[in-house]
Design a protein around this ligand. Structure first.
Ligand SMILES: [Fe+2]
Ligand SMILES: [Fe+2]
Length: 344
């Protein structure tokens, strides 16, 4: 049987690279072996996730799935973004790419996520599962991938490099960070399962939220690969698209460990401090349904409204503003989310 216990050090170890990844002069994580890009911290993490998933498969326990039709398409679409760039309207795309880089950097926060004593919150033993390794390397590896570690850049620096390669070090709008910091805040999360320990419900809610964001991000990455890889609008199409591709492949272990750990906990009986017991599937499915409802309706709608306003303002400076806006609108694709259904 595959090994199911891993030390933190094992989960954080990278393969030995022939050549490191250098992005815009910054040494980043990951690198090349025999000319192929290999993600960081994969020596223990790769086999560990595969072993935990195989264990679930043997028990007939499903991993968490999110239906692909729930993923909101990126706005503006690739054709609209390319049109704006061809017409010299660059600010909206520069803003989007810079925002993505900053949000990737915020990913460092996952290392501060509190993990309560799970033996008190879950009836079944968790030894040899992904859930038992969250605080023992999985969150730390995730944080390092997103934000970089010590002198090594992570996704934050890699997105900046992709932007600078494709758009030749564009001027970055000065209010990107400010707008992110002062932007809409959801306020404190409502508790759905007050019979559980508060920090345990918070942990599950954060994991569900991060999982859905990671799954939805894959679509943004494909969009960016298309736009930044388009030789008509990108100065370095091959390198810029490859950089986004490296980031996309690094995201795969994030999705996989989260859907594994949540799948494990979903199959358990969860226990509150007063002794209440509740089925894991009720909790995980409830949290997942809530997150999916918000992230398929409210959030894409607000993101679209804000982006449309930014684009309209930027197009206003074009010599044929009305004509360009019309051509942009003609490329619009309608999308409405299908109803969310979770569970089996
Ligand atoms: Fe990332
Ligand atoms: Fe990620």
């Amino acid at each position: 049987m595959d090994r199911l216990e891993y030390s933190q050090e094992e989960l954080l170890t990278s393969v030995t690279y022939d050549e490191p990844l250098v992005a815009a002069g910054v040494r980043c994580h990951g690198g090349f072996v025999g000319g192929q890009y290999r993600s960081p911290r994969s020596v223990g993490r790769g086999p560990a996730i595969a072993a935990w998933q195989a264990q679930l498969a043997r028990r007939g326990v499903p991993l968490i799935e999110v239906a692909p039709e729930l993923v909101p398409p990126h706005y503006p679409n690739a054709a609209q973004a390319a049109l704006l760039l061809r017409e010299g309207v660059r600010e909206p795309l520069v803003r989007t790419l810079t925002t993505i880089a900053i949000i990737e950097g915020f990913g460092a926060m996952i290392r501060d996520q509190r993990v309560p004593d799970l033996t008190r919150c879950v009836r079944e033993p968790l030894a040899g599962t992904a859930a038992a390794h969250l605080a023992g390397g999985l969150f730390e590896a995730h944080a390092r991938d997103e934000a970089g570690h010590r002198s090594e850049g992570g996704h934050k620096q890699m997105w900046e490099a992709a932007r600078d390669l494709a758009l030749e070090r564009p001027t970055v709008p000065s209010d990107v960070l400010m707008r992110l910091m002062t932007g809409r805040r959801g306020g404190p999360r409502q508790r759905l399962f007050p019979q559980l320990d508060e920090s345990f419900e918070e942990l599950l809610a954060v994991m569900v939220n991060v999982l859905v964001i990671e799954i939805f991000a894959a679509d943004t990455f494909r969009w960016a690969e298309t736009v930044l890889g388009d030789p008509e609008v990108s100065a370095r199409p091959r390198e810029a698209a490859a950089m986004v591709g490296y980031i996309r492949s690094d995201e795969s272990p994030h999705v996989e460990y989260l859907r594994t750990a949540l799948g494990e906990l979903r199959a358990c009986t969860l226990r509150g401090p007063a002794g209440d017991e509740i089925a894991g599937n009720e909790v995980v499915d409830g949290l997942l349904a809530r997150t999916l409802r918000v992230l398929t309706t409210q959030r894409p709608r607000l993101q679209r409204e804000e982006t449309r306003a930014d684009i309209a303002a930027a197009v206003g400076g074009h010599r044929d503003a009305a004509g360009l806006q019309k051509r942009f609108n003609a490329l619009e694709e309608e999308w409405s989310p299908p109803p969310v259904s979770v569970g089996d």
